[in-house]
Design a protein around this ligand. Structure first.
Ligand SMILES: Cc1cc2nc3c(=O)[nH]c(=O)nc-3n(C[C@H](O)[C@H](O)[C@H](O)COP(=O)(O)OP(=O)(O)OC[C@H]3O[C@@H](n4cnc5c(N)ncnc54)[C@H](O)[C@@H]3O)c2cc1C
Length: 450
């Protein structure tokens, strides 16, 4: 008799995993604690809610996230297909209407006959085939259980969310629509850009550096000084805007506020700096401030961000915030198949494995679901070629240096080098990685299906 699979966590990885198990004819029980118990960052009871940015990354086929996107499209990812259906204009990126996306996933899961969705917090890992996909905001009870079974200390660090504002409250007589280098999907430009001259930029930096932040709680302070938390206790890829400013007055002008590829139609010139806002939902009444993750108090966000030209009267729908991020020490406790080495019927998926980013989380969910279905049918999990981005991510997290392990997102640096002796520039190299991934995945699937 085929066994059932239990999935803990109905986020990006867990929803994809449950779907992949179910479509292979295996029964799944999916546990999700929301809306009964919230995480602090999620706001709804929907499955697969995106907690911060609404972008799943670049969809250009020769970018690292584009390569992963192509792979999981080929592997028939449910979440990617819904994301593409609910896309909003975002230049070369795949950004979605976050509510329509999460609602779409919830409807599919709710109506899949092999999936039983239970709204309950799991505090112990049950027997049998289990996928743990409880994410970076895993509840405390389950985190303690994971500590107990892995025998490893959990790792905490901090990520910050950027604010979401009402489109109507943006002053379009000051800001302008455009995509960098005109590479947009809609003619007038995918982004709303708030231009700054040098004087305005300097005043903004002064206000930002002097603004009051939300004090870190005791356990957060412990983390901040902990060995695994990094010099700031933040994940480098998601630094709060005020922390970037502390690194140097020009850091923001070279970072999230860089003006390259943008011309202010009123002056006909490139501004000194730009704050970009990206559409957050399909109807376009909400925009998020790109790269403006922050830990300022809400009062200070009102005061400081209203110094941005065009945002003087802006209405916040969600203020920026900071949150805990939990992941296991994958190189110590996981096999390259994402199975727990002490009990191989437990498979980890999503951010808790140390794979970073929405798309990577969906991809590991897809893989975990396929593996769990194979276990239920009495087969071993498959291993993807390391020349694919998904194969490289799984290889990386299970082979990295455990003492300094930090989450890793899709990038070409973790793939085996192209050692065919051909000289290539950066773009040609990316294209060659992309071609190799597609060819090898196709060969692998052909072989598997035969
Ligand atoms: C604050 C924050 C901001 C982030 N911003 C971005 C971003 O902008 N872009 C990006 O690419 N990545 C971002 N990430 C990283 C990561 O990509 C996302 O968190 C992503 O949602 C992780 O997917 P997941 O499936 O692993 O976890 P989640 O999507 O969080 O899903 C986990 C689910 O498990 C549930 N759960 C937890 N504990 C239990 C329990 N005991 N029992 C039952 N259910 C439980 C939770 O309610 C949740 O629904 C961010 C992470 C954090 C913490």
């Amino acid at each position: 008799m085929t066994k059932e699979v239990i999935v803990i966590g109905g986020g990006l990885a867990g929803s994809e995993a449950a779907w992949q198990v179910a479509k292979r004819g295996v029964d799944v029980v999916l546990y999700e604690m929301r809306p009964l118990k919230q995480t602090g960052a999620h706001q709804s009871g929907y499955l697969a809610e995106l907690v911060c940015s609404n972008s799943l990354g670049s969809r250009l086929p020769d970018r690292a996230s584009g390569v992963l996107m192509t792979e999981i499209r080929c592997l028939k990812s449910l979440l990617l297909s819904i994301a593409e259906r609910e896309a909003v204009p975002a230049g070369g990126a795949l950004a979605v209407d976050r509510e329509a996306f999460a609602r779409g996933v919830t409807e599919q899961i709710d109506t899949q006959p092999h999936i039983t969705l239970i709204r309950e917090e799991v505090s112990r890992i049950p027997d049998g085939i289990v996928i743990v996909a409880s994410g970076p905001l895993t509840s405390d009870k389950l985190a303690n259980e994971l500590s107990r079974i892995t025998g490893e200390e959990h790792l905490y660090f901090f990520d910050a969310l950027s604010p979401i504002v009402e489109t109507e409250s943006i002053d379009m007589s000051v800001s302008f629509r455009a995509s960098r280098y005109g590479r947009g999907q809609i003619a007038e430009g995918d982004y709303i850009n708030c231009p700054m001259n040098e004087v305005e930029y300097e005043a903004f930096i002064d206000a930002l550096l002097g603004a009051e932040k939300i004090p870190l709680r005791d356990f957060e302070v412990a983390v901040k000084t902990g060995v695994r938390a990094g010099p700031h206790g933040y994940f480098e890829g998601c630094l709060p805007v005020e922390v970037i400013a502390e690194r140097g007055r020009k850091s923001l002008a070279y970072g999230p506020m860089r003006p390259v590829g943008l011309i202010d139609p009123r002056s006909g010139k490139r501004p000194y700096a730009v704050v970009q806002l990206r559409q957050d939902n399909l109807i376009g009444n909400l925009y998020n401030i790109v790269g403006f993750q922050t830990n300022l108090t809400y009062y200070e966000q009102d005061r400081v961000f209203s110094l941005i030209p065009g945002l003087e009267e802006v209405k916040f729908i969600r203020y920026g915030q900071m949150h805990r991020n939990t992941f296991i020490n994958a190189p110590r406790v996981l096999l390259p198949t994402l199975q727990f080495c002490k009990r191989t019927s437990i498979i980890f998926a999503g951010q808790i494995t140390g794979v970073e980013g929405y798309l990577g989380n969906i991809a590991t969910g897809l893989y975990a679901g396929w593996s769990a279905a194979r276990l239920a049918h009495g087969y071993d999990p498959i291993i993807f070629p390391q020349t694919t981005m998904l194969g490289s991510l799984c290889h990386y997290i299970s082979h990295a240096e455990p003492k300094s392990f930090q989450p890793m997102k899709a990038n070409f640096g973790i793939m085996p080098p192209l050692d065919d002796g051909t000289k290539r520039n950066r773009r040609q190299r990316s294209q060659a990685y992309a071609n190799r991934s597609s060819n090898d995945l196709e060969l692998f699937l052909d072989e598997f299906n035969n």
